[in-house]
Design a protein. Sequence first.
Lengths: 127, 125
Amino acid sequence: MGRAKSPLSPHLQIYKPQLTSVLSITHRGTGVLLALALLLLPYWLLSIAAGPEAYAALLNHFSAWYGKLLLLGLMFSVYYHLCNGIRHLGWDLGRGLDLATTYLTGYIVVFLSVLLTFATCLWMRLS
Amino acid sequence: MNLTTPLARVRGLGSAKHGTEHFWQQRVTAILLAPLCLWLVISLLGLDLQDYGEVVVWLRTPVNTLLLLTLVVAACHHGQLGVQVVIEDYIHDDWQKVTSLIMVKFLAILAGLASILAILRVFLG
């Protein structure tokens, strides 16, 4: 038979990455990252509830390099997942499903999420 | 007309009549979360997060308390639904799959309740 050795569709190893597939997996990746961030949300809120000392300890973590890196990742994830999520809701309404529009909205999502992340960093630096 | 296969009928399996529920809840929470996330980001960017007093005053304002509570509930539900799909797609061993699904549900409830507790403590305290 030799069936066990034949490659399984869609055989990701030889697929050329396309904008559509890369954006799709990024939506998933940012979603998982945001779900993990939901475990940090109570940490932020509980330290506010616990008082100024606990809050200062949290600020220390978020001003360290790993905290800043995490914030940057979360910021991009929020913007990307939000923009691409709206794209998905459009598809659910049956809009923008043709190839040209899919690529156009895809590029818009990338542009917007990078722009918003950049603008937020700039804003935080200035204020 | 009965559309169940004979094997499924013997096993007592079949449609649970909840086929679209997961999909629908994910969309409804998404529609809720889109404006709520924008609100949270804009609010936080307008605050001096280094200033404890300012953050507490913001969190205590009733409209902020209410919106943040809504966001926490919607986000935990949406996150659980999303991670569930990822687990179902990539984990094929039944034991591992069911264990992870239950753990994710448990963590989502725990994170949601802890957040609600903290928000209410600040609001009432």
